[in-house]
Design a protein around this ligand. Structure first.
Ligand SMILES: [Zn+2]
Length: 483
């Protein structure tokens, strides 16, 4: 039996929480988190004492934070017993699980650096490698491979939250989810997505072909109503198909953008082409990928707070920043068995927003879309930071643009940004409008004003339909002696 079949067999046997969400619930994802909280409340004297209530029929933000802090203590106890990295770390820092009673107390726990996870992956495991159902490696920017282990419980919990997220997006048994990731990725996202659809009785179709016609015929044959995939790939398919096909006629109700940052300009181009909302999801390999999803309000991502505690810190002082302010995202896994991660530095810049949300959620905190990884940032001009998604806003200004790459070079003392843009039109006006949009981006505008950045250069080339490579670096820094 392959992994997919064995997972399906296990899922069928488990009573997943996604199936306990009441019919007609308008906030299924938050309800899933509440069900999980109530389940723990019933089991744990320690949590009941901390909350000080007889029942948890209504979960307030205050109650919920007590649940999260309780889970942090439990996860620390588990780590002390089972994960050597934390056993030593907590001992050296002199911090005990019972020291963590408030949100502020979290700063007593030392932070975990991604480089530690890369160099000592095995020391983060809470179980022996033989008990892992799946091990997944991901490259770090330093070249080290991080190895993340998932037990059966870890995977089932992920499928459970994905199922409740799909319900939150409005899917019903009448819907079909079309999964279009362009190639077999290190981690097969379709396994989890198809599994989640199966539990809820939703239909799904999977097409990993780069060929856009094949994508279209699969969507049509399956009668797909929802699409999930990588935005640059969906965008490419959209641009190439919309020449001959009116995509608004296909009856797609929602597009879910995953695995890559979604720029607002790309979102609006996709929404116009398909005539439906495009919502963003966000995740990290270290935390099982599916971590947060937008609701129809498109104003922040609802996070899986039952399994993750999010903090925003000042990357310099390492202190918490006030609610709503931007800083570095730090995550603690609250229920992990395989790879245990406590106060893990993501090096992503993000902000949190307190509830309520206009969709009806009353205790779930939202994550403002991470604006770019600190380690994927480049400095231009007088130290102005730029990151890939920033340029998406300026380059994808017209439906004629299919894709682009950018090189940063240096001529004399000036940084030069050269864009090679694949577009259906090679008209000079298009190139000029991209130059104008890029020049108006604040870091570029400042750099030009200081005479440390040259006017951006744009070269238009016809779309290369065959050699689509998803993992090609969007930005290459070709400057020498540049820190
Ligand atoms: Zn919402």
């Amino acid at each position: 039996m392959g992994l997919r079949e064995s997972m399906m067999a296990v899922i069928v046997r488990h009573k997943l929480l996604a199936n306990q969400i009441p019919k007609g619930c308008t906030t299924p994802l938050e309800e899933w988190i509440a069900i999980k909280t109530r389940k723990t409340f019933k089991k744990s004297d320690e949590l009941r004492k901390a909350i000080g209530k007889d029942n948890l029929d209504y979960v307030s933000r205050e109650d919920f934070e007590k649940y999260q802090l309780y889970r942090v203590r439990e996860q620390m106890r588990y780590a002390e017993e089972n994960a050597p990295y934390y056993r030593h770390k907590f001992k050296d820092a002199g911090v005990r699980p019972e020291d963590i009673q408030t949100y502020e107390d979290l700063t007593k726990i030392p932070l975990t650096e991604p480089i530690d996870l890369a160099e000592k992956s095995m020391l983060f495991y809470g179980v022996s490698a033989t008990k892992l159902l799946r091990e997944f490696t991901t490259s770090g920017t330093t070249g080290h491979m991080k190895s993340i282990g998932y037990t059966q419980n870890d995977l089932i919990s992920k499928i459970d939250i994905i199922a409740s997220a799909l319900r939150n997006l409005g899917m019903t048994k009448k819907d079909t989810l079309h999964v279009m990731f362009p190639m077999v990725m290190a981690w097969d996202p379709s396994l989890m997505l198809v599994g989640a659809c199966n539990i809820l009785g939703y239909k799904s179709s999977v097409c990993a072909e780069v060929d856009v016609e094949k994508q279209l015929s699969t969507i049509r044959e399956a009668g797909a109503t929802y699409i999930i995939g990588i935005p640059s790939f969906i965008y490419r398919v959209t641009t190439l198909l919309s020449k001959e096909t009116d995509l608004t006629k296909l009856g797609i109700k929602k597009i879910i953008s995953a695995s890559e940052p979604l720029s607002e300009s790309m979102r609006s181009l996709l929404q116009d082409a398909w005539g439906c909302k495009v919502v963003d999801v966000w995740g990290m390999t270290e935390f099982g990928l599916a971590c947060a999803v937008e609701c129809d309000e498109q104003n922040g991502l609802h996070t899986d707070e039952a399994n993750m505690l999010l903090e925003i810190i000042d990357p310099e002082t390492l202190e918490h920043v006030p609610m709503g302010q931007k800083g570095e995202l730090v995550i603690t896994a609250l229920n992990a068995e395989g790879t245990v991660l406590i106060r893990y530095r993501t090096h992503d810049i993000a902000a949190l927003i307190d509830p309520p949300c206009a969709c009806g959620c009353h205790f779930n905190r939202r994550l403002m879309k991470p604006s770019g990884r600190m380690d994927l940032q480049f400095k231009i001009g007088n130290g102005h930071k730029v990151y890939p998604v920033l340029f998406d806003e300026a380059v994808y200004i017209s439906p004629e643009v299919v894709d682009y790459h950018m090189d940063i070079t240096r001529e004399g003392y000036r940084d030069v940004l050269t864009f090679e843009v694949e577009a259906d039109s090679q008209k000079e006006e298009l190139a000029q409008s991209i130059v104008k949009a890029v020049s108006a981006l604040m870091p570029v505008e400042d750099g030009i004003a200081e005479d440390l950045v040259a006017e951006p250069r744009v070269k238009l080339v016809p779309p290369n339909h065959k050699d689509y490579a998803i993992k090609v670096k969007k930005i290459r820094d070709l400057r020498e002696n540049f820190d």
